[in-house]
Design a protein around this ligand. Structure first.
Ligand code: NI
Ligand code: MN
Length: 216
């Protein structure tokens, strides 16, 4: 499986030719070609996560997987949507996914309640990947580490609205993953951080920081 960073909290997974998008806010990659998408996952309703999901679903026919209220909102706006609740695996043609708690808020850009925010754990080709969405450090991460044993984790590190570097390092320890991909930083001023500091601190706890360039 290939993981491509699309900036902010957006990722594309390419699983033997099947493509899924997570939090497809494509602001950082205006040249990104929207085609052949199998599934879209959205962690919560904020504009920098819902992003271009509705138009991508309309264009490609890919369903959006999101928490019940957000899935309903997307369906009302003309997208194809699959709702998911916290706590049960859902099967897909490329693997399976489960929604896990995130501590944040969730309303759409036009002010509609988006249900609870979440993160996702994916099991794909024998690998477990955790995308935290927007969240503070929280003790659920100990549970996620113990129950799902992620190999790769994507953690927000920009502070202000989410964890900062210090808390993301603690989260990485609790999650037990060997590789840590930072996200949700340096997109705008309020979340600007020194990425070398993140890299240093993650190495210090014996883990591999995977700092992906946008489009890499
Ligand atoms: Ni948010
Ligand atoms: Mn955000």
């Amino acid at each position: 499986m290939d993981i491509k960073y699309l900036g902010h909290s957006a990722f594309e997974f390419n699983i033997n030719g099947k493509k899924i998008l997570i939090d497809p806010f494509l602001f950082c990659v205006p040249e990104y070609k929207i085609e052949h998408i199998n599934d879209i996952f959205v962690t919560h309703a904020h504009g920098d996560h819902l992003g271009n999901a509705i138009e991508i679903s309309q264009k490609t026919g890919a369903p959006i997987t999101a928490i019940f209220e957000l899935a309903n909102y997307c369906a009302k706006k003309g997208a194809i949507a699959t709702d998911i609740g916290l706590g049960a695996w859902q099967d897909y043609s490329w693997g399976r996914a489960i929604a896990v708690p995130a501590f944040h808020s969730s309303s759409t850009p036009d002010g509609v309640y988006g249900g609870c925010p979440c993160g996702f754990v994916f099991e794909i080709d024998g690998q477990t990947i955790y995308h935290a969405g927007d969240t503070c450090l929280n003790s659920e991460m100990k549970m996620i580490g113990e129950v799902y044993r992620p190999d790769i984790v994507m953690l927000p590190i920009g502070g202000k609205y989410t964890m900062d570097i210090e808390h993301a390092v603690t989260a990485a320890e609790w999650l037990g993953a060997s590789e840590v991909i930072p996200m949700h930083y340096n997109t705008f001023d309020a979340i600007s951080i020194n990425i070398e500091e993140f890299e240093r601190q993650i190495r210090e706890i014996g883990k591999m920081p995977r700092i992906l360039k946008i489009g890499e």
